[in-house]
Design a protein around this ligand. Sequence first.
Ligand code: NDP
Length: 435
Amino acid sequence: AKKNPNEPEFLQAVKEVAETVIPFIEQNKKYQNQMLLERMVEPERVIIFRVTWIDDAGKTQVNRGYRIQMNSAIGPYKGGIRFHPSVNLSILKFLAFEQTFKNSLTTLPMGGGKGGSDFDPKGKSDIEIMRFCQSFMTELAKHIGADTDVPAGDIGVGGREVGYMFGQYKRLRNEFTGVLTGKGISFGGSLIRPEATGYGNVYFAQSMLNTKGDSFKGKIVTVSGSGNVAQYAAEKATELGGIVVTLSDSSGFIYDADGIDAEKLAHVMHIKNEQRARISEYVKKYPNAKFVEGKRPWEVKCAIALPCATQNELNEEEAKTLIANGCICVSEGANMPSTSEAVEAFLKAKILFAPGKASNAGGVATSGLEMSQNSLRLSWTAEEVDERLKAIMANIHESCVKYGSDANGYVDYVKGANVAGFVKVADAMLGQGVV
Ligand code: NDP
């Protein structure tokens, strides 16, 4: 904490990992006296740079760009790029730290990284987005590469932005390589990548429910967010028989008691991805639904909750409301959406709770599959990628059960994910000496 003042999110993420990994280190001689966790919390490299661009009014704008190269013990740095006005060093370090453990859990050879900018894409024209992405990549290109660091999308960065950044990288380097993932299908993208995080989260929740002989069928599901992860989590939950009744954005949430079925979800995708408008537009077409301004959906009674918007969007009080309302399963699609106190409440109530680094790893896993396809100069079918994604999520679930089960059979997925993620990275670091 002394070394990293003003970094509350980073300290929160480290504390959560330390609480479960330190007791494990204390029981395992091999990992002692090597300063492994101390090394893991120190980024291998942090790059901060100026991004200048010209807006449509001809005015010069200045933003700050970042890339955190956290850990390369098991593969090239890998992690998304976030464009959001809240982006700062603390948030990106927390995300890069989590990413290292998450990538390890996928079993694919990817190290941890994260990047972004405090640029706000809301209300910007398409050409402004392109100018910004090109300027951002002009500096970032010096620090990344298919075998060095492979960024992807995150909040505010979808297929459009990845495409603009890829185009600029190719122009600068005169190289067509798999330097970014989440690319368009016509230039090296993988089928199922857009769906992967949301689908993967639901596959993980399904594995958790299976341990209780339960499933999504007929269950009320609340989802927060309405971006990439939320949309596909809602789609898969519905496909498996769940009734998704909420979605949200930073202005509030919509509640549709009849369920947001495939047709309604297609309209949500139109609102968010094409019109780039607010989720409140939903009630104009479906007046039976209501829009609750300025609130999050956790007050709605549900059996399964899928937080898919952003960090710290579910606090202790909201966790207690969910539990009191009979929620049996919380599976995080976003990164660290539950506060530490909320996580504690879920574990204390012994409900099924999956931390994002396990349950949302399907996105980066499929990015890893995109990297493999790019290296092979091949593309796999949607079915093939989806099968691999399912197998990876089942495998992550198994690792969590292996390291997180207590004597009574309760699975602490937080502990399971942290310890399983730690072991692989720690073994690789030990094997490579003091670097
Ligand atoms: P998008 O930009 O597509 O969507 C983000 C959603 O979250 C939007 O509905 C947005 O609302 C809402 N949101 C963002 N910031 C805030 C905030 N400060 N307060 C309230 N709502 C907010 O991003 P993704 O769906 O890609 O990412 C969502 C989460 O999932 C993030 O935590 C991300 O790190 C995580 N994740 C994403 C992966 C991916 O593959 N995309 C992989 C693994 C994790 P609004 O439109 O109003 O801003």
